[in-house]
Ligand binder design. Structure first.
Ligand SMILES: Nc1ncnc2c1ncn2[C@@H]1O[C@H](COP(=O)(O)OP(=O)(O)OP(=O)(O)O)[C@@H](O)[C@H]1O
Ligand SMILES: [Mg+2]
Length: 323
């Protein structure tokens, strides 16, 4: 790993105050992604993948509160920065592709003009060149007849096509960090591969660091240099991809890998892992949030674990890991 990561997240804790109690959504989440590399964040639904991304991007739901941590983008701590500082880098230096592209797009403007806006604002493209460049970008993300499509509104496009538009918008300014939250959900397998190749190619060209959030451990294995496994708001393991699959150390990771028989498997469907995520509103959440489902649980598992560092070779948050 290079000395200065493109993005370093350290000890990020987030809670949501709700009427039914405080949700301990993230606790001391740490990871780093170097320039040009892809880091996958995998975990079951509700494990905290999107909240991590939203916190870093400064777009958490108002009920959410960052209670600790930092997110270093180069020299800037995004969590301590002013709104103006964050606005200056968001879209330009760090961009995000969302899980629900349709809701992220402006419904009352054509997709071409939305892309052109980003080019003008964040990529220093002259106003008169922006519409043409927007069409080029639509072509780059695999949209056929891009000149016509540029004039379309989001509601006139399929979900898959909206997703491609989101990708074009996110990549328009060639950011140094891209967070892609389930970027290929809802796309067929062939298009999925095209989009992932596209993101991968651009990442390589411009040395972009990519954080790829997914349920799909098999897809993460194909695309990521390193994998962070989350469970109930904790990072429970973080290792280079080949290493994680060859020698998973956390019992939960081992279960996930065992339950991922082929490329079609998705964590959403992994019924074979016993138990479910604990209710994150509980006031008696155990230090290891996997302990209650863990076949390797010991008495000392109920003691506090030291926080997992952001830049490990292979970190495992477990008192009784597999060797
Ligand atoms: N606005 C909110 N208010 C209360 N709790 C929230 C809110 N947003 C997220 N949470 C909680 O935070 C936890 C993490 O949610 P998050 O959306 O990050 O999961 P995820 O890993 O992205 O899941 P998925 O794979 O379904 O997208 C969950 O327990 C969720 O219920
Ligand atoms: Mg999510």
């Amino acid at each position: 790993m290079t000395a200065v990561p493109a993005l370093l997240v350290e000890n990020l804790s987030v809670e949501f105050r709700t009427r039914s109690g405080t949700v301990q959504a993230l606790e001391r989440v740490s990871f780093a992604v170097p320039k040009g590399e892809t880091l996958a964040i995998v975990g079951e639904s509700g494990s905290g993948k999107s909240v991590t991304a939203y916190a870093v991007m400064g777009i958490l739901d108002p009920a959410g509160k960052i209670t600790a941590g930092r997110a270093m983008l180069g020299g800037l701590d995004l969590l301590a920065a002013t709104a103006d500082q964050v606005a200056a880098v968001r879209g330009r230096e760090i961009a995000m592709i969302f899980q629900n592209p349709r809701t992220a797009l402006n419904p009352i403007r054509t997709v071409g003009s939305q892309i052109a806006d980003v080019l003008i604002r964040h990529a220093n493209v002259p106003r008169r060149e922006a519409p043409g460049r927007a069409v080029d970008l639509l072509r780059d993300v695999g949209i056929t007849d891009p000149a016509r499509r540029a004039k379309a509104y989001p509601f006139e496009m399929s979900g898959g096509m909206c997703q491609r538009v989101m990708i074009a918008i996110a990549l328009a300014a060639k950011p140094s960090v891209l967070i892609a939250d389930e970027p290929t959900t809802g796309l067929d397998v062939t298009t999925q591969a095209v989009i992932m190749d596209l993101i991968g190619d651009l990442a390589r060209d411009i040395g972009m660091a990519t954080i790829f959030i997914t349920h799909d451990l098999a897809l993460a294995a194909q695309r990521a240099d390193r994998i962070v496994v989350m469970h109930a708001g904790h990072v429970i393991e973080n290792a280079p991809t080949a290493e994680l699959f060859a020698r998973p150390r956390h019992p939960y990771t081992a279960e996930l890998i065992a339950a991922t028989p082929d490329a079609a498997a998705s964590l959403a469907e992994l019924a074979s892992i016993p138990g479910s995520l604990p209710d994150l509103r509980r006031i008696d959440l155990p230090p290891c949030r996997y302990a209650e489902r863990c076949p390797r649980r010991r008495v000392d598992c109920d003691a506090e674990l030291p926080p997992a560092p952001a830049i490990p070779e292979h970190v495992v948050a477990c008192r009784n890991p597999l060797s």
